[in-house]
Design a protein around this ligand. Structure first.
Ligand code: GLU
Length: 507
């Protein structure tokens, strides 16, 4: 029987979750669901110096908003807990000891000054990137270079030390990445990383491997930036004598212009959020915008994210989370970085907005009207959202239709300049007369009368409609004027046309 698939998302609470992080969580979640597996969340907070208050809560809320719900987490619990590394602190030392005993790790007593000296020495000797490794190890103060007695003495005196992994000098490390295929790295390119720090905490590398093992993780799916660490992780699995999980390193999300990784600065520069939710930096008070607060639907955000690195191999673009769960495979994740396209994310939002029922749009729009202190004056909001929906990317775009509740305060000057002609006053007066004759003031009836009016007077749309629109709405463009007029009613339509006429007379 094959093992139950278990994957994890393992963020460090060092700030808000970047959309790249959300995508990693999403792909893990989809992979779990597609394989009847478990998706778990683990908080990797071994580096206490980088801990940012509020970041954990942010991660939890962001995933909840996206519908990416783990089956085990620090907040839900589970049989492999605790799920926060600082709460597992006492577990790691035994594993470091195991490596010390098997000779795959050693104590190192070097002070920061001594480490610096070594680097300077190596640089002077022409080594561009000096490392603590099989070559320099013997020149440093550690349990490989020092005598057993010396080591015992130092330990007894309580001298601070770290535990480093002993990377073999000359070995090819091969690992199979599910997305990239075989990756081969020579051990000479890996340094003797610290596994256990002098503060009694494991480093990321040790904690990550131990936890993946103890939590029975079968597939490690994470960002490409972790690929350089993967050979070390493979070695650690071997040193422990554990089966290694499968690895899949996801392509980067790239800036829309240029080649680098998408950063917060690109978002600020080009005007889109890079975070799922708004974030206020607890230290500086700086606020970074979020997709949620900008009015994006989580379905749209998730759909857009899914396509940044994966594609279904068909033309279909709109996928609910459930559909993504069914369609997702790692085989269809590409190696190349995916350029972020902010307009495409907007397009997804527009599609989801169009798919909403008018009832649910009314609920959202009502909140927005309240926030803007706009009284709907009893206008039928179902019809309003029905009318505005085709032109909106966000529900807040429907505020463009505030003329449905309020008289226009100004007129679009461009329209006036272009369309107000000598005969316009007379045409508008006649139009008022025609509109006033309509008994049942419905959109269809208004349209019919309007067209008949154009016919009898031998006028084109362009001579009448723009002025009609600008007097009633204040704007140069918008949805059907017949529908707008029907919504605000005959009396209001006529009053606005008359107000427009008077305003032009006064010019
Ligand atoms: N804690 C790491 C991070 O912040 C996790 C990397 C991994 O998934 O192994 O991304």
């Amino acid at each position: 029987m094959s093992k139950k698939v278990r994957v994890r998302f393992a963020p460090s609470p060092t700030g808000p979750l970047h959309m790249g992080g959300v995508r990693t969580a999403l792909y893990n979640y989809l992979f779990a669901k597609a394989n009847n597996g478990d998706f778990i969340l683990r908080i990797e907070d071994t580096d206490q110096t980088r801990y940012v208050p509020g970041a954990e809560e942010y991660i939890s809320e962001a995933l909840k908003w996206c519908g990416i719900i783990p089956v085990e987490s620090p907040w839900i619990g589970g049989q492999y807990g605790p799920y926060r590394q600082s709460d597992r602190k006492s577990m790691y030392r035994a594993y470091a000891d195991q490596l010390l005993e098997s000779g795959h790790a050693y104590y190192a007593f070097d002070t920061p000054e001594e480490l610096n000296e070594m680097r300077e020495r190596m640089k002077a000797a022409g080594v561009a990137a000096p490392q603590y490794n099989a070559i320099t190890r013997s020149t440093m103060k550690n349990s490989v270079s020092l005598s057993e007695d010396e080591v015992a003495k130092r330990l007894e005196l309580g001298e601070p030390y770290v535990i480093r992994v002993k990377i073999p000098r000359n070995e090819e490390i091969k690992l199979k990445d599910e997305i990239r295929g075989w990756v081969v790295v020579h051990s000479a390119n890996i340094d003797d990383k610290v596994l256990f720090k002098s503060d009694g905490m494991p480093t990321y590398h040790l904690a990550n491997i131990v936890d993946d093992y103890l939590m029975k993780i079968t597939h490690v799916i994470r960002g490409e930036e972790w690929l350089p660490s993967a050979p070390l992780h493979v070695l650690l699995y071997r040193f422990f004598g554990w089966d290694e999980p499968s690895f899949a390193h996801l392509p980067l999300i790239l800036k829309p212009d240029g080649n680098g990784k998408l950063s917060k600065r690109d978002g600020d520069r080009l005007g889109f959020p890079v975070f799922p939710l708004q974030w206020k930096d607890p230290k500086t008070g700086e606020v970074s915008s979020g997709y949620r607060e900008k009015g994006y639907y989580p379905e749209a955000f998730i759909n857009a994210l899914a396509f940044l690195g994966w594609n279904p191999g068909t033309e279909k673009e709109l996928f609910t989370l459930e559909e993504l769960c069914e369609a997702f495979t790692l085989e269809r994740v590409g190696k190349a970085g995916a350029k972020y396209d902010a307009d495409k994310t907007k397009w997804f939002n527009q599609q989801y907005l169009r798919g909403k029922t008018n009832g649910s749009l009314v609920r959202e729009f009502t909140e927005i009207l309240k926030g803007e202190n706009i009284d709907d004056k009893g206008v039928d909001l179902k019809q309003v959202v029905g009318l505005m929906k085709e032109r909106a990317t966000f529900v807040s775009d429907m505020l463009e239709g505030r003329y449905l509740f309020e008289k226009p305060a100004t007129y679009d000057e461009k329209t006036i300049k272009k369309k107000w002609k000598e005969q316009s006053a007379e045409i508008t007066t006649n139009l008022i007369f025609e509109l006033d004759k309509i008994e049942d003031f419905t959109s269809d009836n208004i349209e019919r009368s309007f067209k008949a009016f154009l016919d009898t007077k031998s006028l084109g749309f362009g001579a009448v409609l723009p002025i009609y629109r600008v007097f009633v709405t204040g704007l140069g463009m918008g949805p059907s004027m017949f529908a707008i007029s029907a919504l605000i009613g005959k009396a209001e339509t006529i009053t606005r046309l008359e107000t427009g006429l008077n305003a032009m007379n006064g010019r």
